[in-house]
Design a binder for this molecule. Structure first.
Ligand code: HAS
Ligand code: CU
Length: 595
């Protein structure tokens, strides 16, 4: 491709990702489109919910609300995020190792497995809208179990099979990244693991550790139970297995966003990553600590002794550290960039950042929102304050800042850079992209802030009828209807933003191929891998410690849950209500007490 630059003609080859890795680009593109389709459907359902809950506009029967809520949660929190993640991680590994995957058929096969899993899950959930859901395997297709799907809610077996396929697909994706790295390592025995690959591998390792919990929950308990092979399960056990996985999964969503903040934001800001060693420390800390704290979602569950909850809280507070380190490193890198661009003063440098670039602006705003999300997370994590906010709309506000903005907005902003890399086509419209990321930030400010406030006066989450007949909520500041209006308004703005994003992606795909796509590169470092202690790259060591920490945090609580409630539950007759893990409290003994 000859490019004319002024009077001298230079021959420059376009060096986008598609030029370097045409076959891998196809899989990544497919993964991104799977992710965008989930985003489109899940996002639209979000608007339906926002309008229903706030009673601004209702056309659903209330039972259908739970079908919508399940679809919204599964499609956005699981499908949208993880499809994007597998795409971006495949990009990161191949780009930073400068080599393709070992066998592209293997890559397509895990992607295909994830698609089949998603379709099975989707069919069972959406059948919930049918008056007469078809019977399959002797049970009507249905899965109104919300995205946390733990007992006592039960889904059709096909839902669980779909989940298994999806997770196994993600495991094989991890195998793919490891294989690529092993192949590279045999050619580069003395080199440090390039930072993006390091981030992918550490994240994959904690994904293996945490998904073990959900795999056991599904394969040993929920699936046999839904098939009628076992009569009952121990709900507290399946909940605990879920949350063993359910906290780490939030970092699985977050790590690709962090990766982009570390390796793209400094470059977009015009500078370099402040510290490669600190970035490695952060990812090692996530590997160590992402799993042994899931019990912080169960502070209010009876049947788990307070001491175990306290340990989970302590671990959670330690896990703030890598995010605080990230805030420092990423902002320091941005400041470095801004100063390279002529920025001056204590805060004046902020003006020198490239605020007209939607890729930058989207990611920076996502980071800013995450700072607020961190505060609501710290409040959730305090055992005592959690009692105030648990199961209220506060928590929903929290996770719309985290996964709904820090992650989703980063992914959308990154897509404005990625789609041209993957297709060789220029972004359709940068101004629309710029408006889109701003609208997301504004819409989420309205919605999430109002949700946090409503949680403080006890507005429950996960209910179609939050008003409770005859019960009046009394906010300390403002009115319920003002809060509802803000949520509905936020929901509408977010939907407009989503539509603009999707339009830009579709139109970009129809654009003509262009020669002026930026090179596929990421940020240099000020302090590089040579400054990182070699031990940081010892993945076996960190994985070993991570497993030990999990054993410490979970063995005793799990043992006492099984001891008190039985592995498969004791059945209703001998049912033991787990109060303070006291195995002597049974239905019979309660009957005696009540008379
Ligand atoms: Fe959470 C509940 C605690 C982070 C997601 N969380 C949830 C649920 C979800 C979720 C989905 O301890 C609900 C689950 C359900 O359905 O029941 N969470 C935390 C804590 C953190 C945290 C301590 N959560 C996340 C992330 C999520 C996520 C990340 C998704 C991606 N969360 C909890 C607890 C509960 C909970 C309890 C249970 C509540 C209950 O009662 O049910 C921490 O990881 C947060 C640390 C973050 C920080 C912020 C650092 C700031 C940074 C920004 C840098 C700025 C930049 C931009 C780059 C300390 C890194 C600068 C820009 C310029 C212009 C300069
Ligand atoms: Cu958590």
């Amino acid at each position: 491709m000859a490019v004319t630059t002024g009077p001298t003609e230079v021959t420059a080859m376009r060096n986008a990702y598609i030029d370097q890795f045409p076959t891998e680009a196809k899989v990544i593109k497919a993964a991104f489109w799977s992710s965008f389709i989930a985003l489109a459907i899940g996002g639209t359902l979000g608007l339906v919910q926002a309008l229903h809950r706030t009673a601004v506009f209702r056309f659903l029967e209330s039972p259908d609300y739970y079908t919508v809520l399940t679809a919204h949660g599964v499609l956005l929190a699981i499908t949208f995020t993880i499809f994007f993640l597998v795409g971006i991680f495949t990009w990161a590994v191949t780009t930073s190792l400068e080599r393709g995957v070992v066998d592209i058929r293997f890559t397509w096969s895990w992607y295909g497995m994830m698609v089949v899993g998603t379709v099975l899950v989707g069919v069972t959930i959406f059948s919930g809208f049918l008056e007469d859901a078809p019977e399959v395997l002797g049970a009507p297709l249905n899965a109104d179990v919300l995205f946390t799907f733990y007992a006592p809610l039960q889904a059709h077996p096909i839902f669980y099979v779909g989940l298994v396929l999806f997770v196994v697909g993600s495991w094989l994706a991890g195998v793919d990244w490891f294989r690529t790295w092993w192949a590279w390592r045999s050619d580069h025995p003395d080199d440090r693991i390039p930072l993006p690959t390091f981030m992918v591998l550490t994240t994959t390792l904690f994904w293996y550790i945490c998904t073990l919990g959900v795999a056991i929950a599904i394969l040993v308990f929920l699936l046999p139970w839904s098939l009628g092979i076992v009569d009952s399960v121990n709900p507290l056990l399946t909940r605990t297995l879920f949350w063993y996985f359910g906290h780490a999964v939030v970092y699985f969503w977050l790590m690709p966003a962090y990766m982009m903040w570390y390796i793209m934001l400094p470059k977009l800001s015009g500078g370099k990553l402040f510290s490669d060693p600190l970035a490695r420390v952060v990812f090692v800390l996530f590997l160590l600590l992402s799993t042994p704290l899931g019990i912080h979602h169960q502070y209010l569950d009876p049947g788990i002794a307070e001491g175990y909850k306290f340990i989970a809280m302590t671990n959670t507070m330690f896990l703030l550290l890598p995010s605080l380190l990230t805030a420092f490193t990423v902002v320091a890198s941005m400041e470095h960039g801004a100063r390279q661009r002529g920025g001056e003063g204590y805060l004046g440098w902020l003006k020198a950042l490239p605020w007209r670039d939607p890729v930058f602006t989207g990611m920076a705003l996502a980071g800013l929102m995450f700072a607020a999300a961190g505060f609501s997370g710290m409040i959730n994590a305090g055992m005592n304050i959690n009692y105030l906010v648990h199961n209220t709309w506060w928590v929903v506000g929290h996770f719309h800042l985290t996964v709904g903005t820090a992650v989703a907005l980063t992914f959308m902003a990154a897509s404005y850079w990625f789609l041209p890399q993957l297709t060789g086509k220029e972004l359709w419209n940068r101004s629309v992209a710029q408006v889109q990321v701003l609208l997301w930030f504004i819409g989420m400010t309205f919605m999430s802030n109002a949700m946090h406030r409503s949680g403080l006066f006890g507005m429950p989450r996960r209910t179609a009828e939050p008003q409770y007949q005859g019960f009046e909520f009394e906010p300390a500041v403002g009115t319920v209807s003002e809060i509802n209006t803000q949520v509905a308004l936020g929901g509408v703005i977010l939907t407009v933003s989503l539509a603009l994003f999707l339009a830009n992606m579709v139109m970009t795909s129809f654009n003509d191929t262009s020669d002026s796509i930026p090179d596929n590169t990421y940020a240099d470092t000020l302090s590089g891998p040579e400054d990182s202690p070699a031990i940081l790259d010892n993945l076996a060591l960190w994985t070993g410690i991570a497993i030990v920490l999990v054993i410490f945090a979970y063995t005793l609580p799990m043992a006492s849950i099984v001891d008190a409630g039985g592995l498969f539950g004791p059945g209703i007759d001998g049912f033991q209500v787990s109060i303070g893990a006291d195995p002597t409290v049974t239905v019979e003994s309660l009957r005696e007490v009540i008379g």
